[in-house]
Design a protein around this ligand. Structure first.
Ligand code: PGA
Length: 234
């Protein structure tokens, strides 16, 4: 793992942008993308840049089950607002959380991933070390699957919804195995609430108790952390 320490998420976004730019220059065509507050500064830099993704495809990590694409909290909507509307790709794939058969949808998505192997995968980390919606205990060889969200994730995400009961209970997520198939991984983490998870990811044992510790097994990972998120690292 290459660790890049920065002052804050604004500088982190500029570093993240550089990683995307370099990947494009090296011929990357398939980008794995993430939602949440963490990637926002990187997306801002990408939106404001002249990088051309029109010959590229993107595949997102996850999507809620049961939200229409135009729901303000859907990840489809998030990605359009933060990136796709300003920066067109040849195609943007997200899991379809409205598919009538969710299990068939997870298989379709995994098929898309094998047809479009990811060159660069962007990730955030949960306070409990989750990546995508892969909570502690998820298998390291997991593929795209339907997830029952844990109460801690429902609580964390309820800040975006009017009522806690509006937070979806299920999601579709790429598995840890799908994530590890990416050629390169860019993990960003900001804020002191991520400090324990960052320490476990970088310095802890490789264990499903911390899903992000699986990244220690990957040969090409860049971690961008601000001072607060890095504060517990030795
Ligand atoms: P956040 O979420 O970027 O909103 O902190 C990250 C995650 O839970 O994976």
């Amino acid at each position: 793992m290459q660790i890049i320490k920065v002052k804050d998420s604004v500088v982190g976004g500029k570093k993240g942008f550089e990683v995307f730019k370099q990947a494009l220059a090296n011929g990357a065509k398939v980008f794995g993308l993430a939602t949440g507050s963490t990637p926002e500064t990187t997306y801002t830099e990408l939106r404001n840049s002249d990088l051309d993704f029109s010959q590229c495809v993107s595949l997102n990590l996850d999507e809620y089950v049961g939200l229409q694409p135009d729901n303000p909290q859907s990840y489809y909507r998030f990605m359009h607002e933060h990136l796709f509307d300003a920066k067109p790709f040849k195609h943007n794939y997200l899991p379809n959380g409205m598919a009538p058969d969710i299990v068939a949808e997870t298989a379709r998505y995994e098929e898309l991933l094998s047809e479009n192997p990811i060159d660069l995968q962007l990730l955030g980390i949960g306070r409990n070390g989750h990546i995508g919606f892969n909570e502690p205990g998820s298998p390291f060889d997991g593929k795209t699957h339907k997830v029952k969200l844990t109460q801690s994730t429902i609580d964390a995400n309820s800040r975006f919804f009017e009522h806690e009961e509006d937070v979806p209970r299920y999601a579709i997520s790429m598995g840890i195995g799908s994530i590890l198939s990416a050629k390169q991984i860019l993990m960003e983490a900001y804020g002191e609430k991520k400090a324990d998870a960052v320490k476990a990811m970088v310095e802890g044992p490789i264990t499903p108790d911390c899903p992000a510790s699986a990244l220690q097994k990957h040969p090409n990972v860049i971690v961008i952390v601000d001072e607060a998120a890095a504060s517990k690292l030795n």
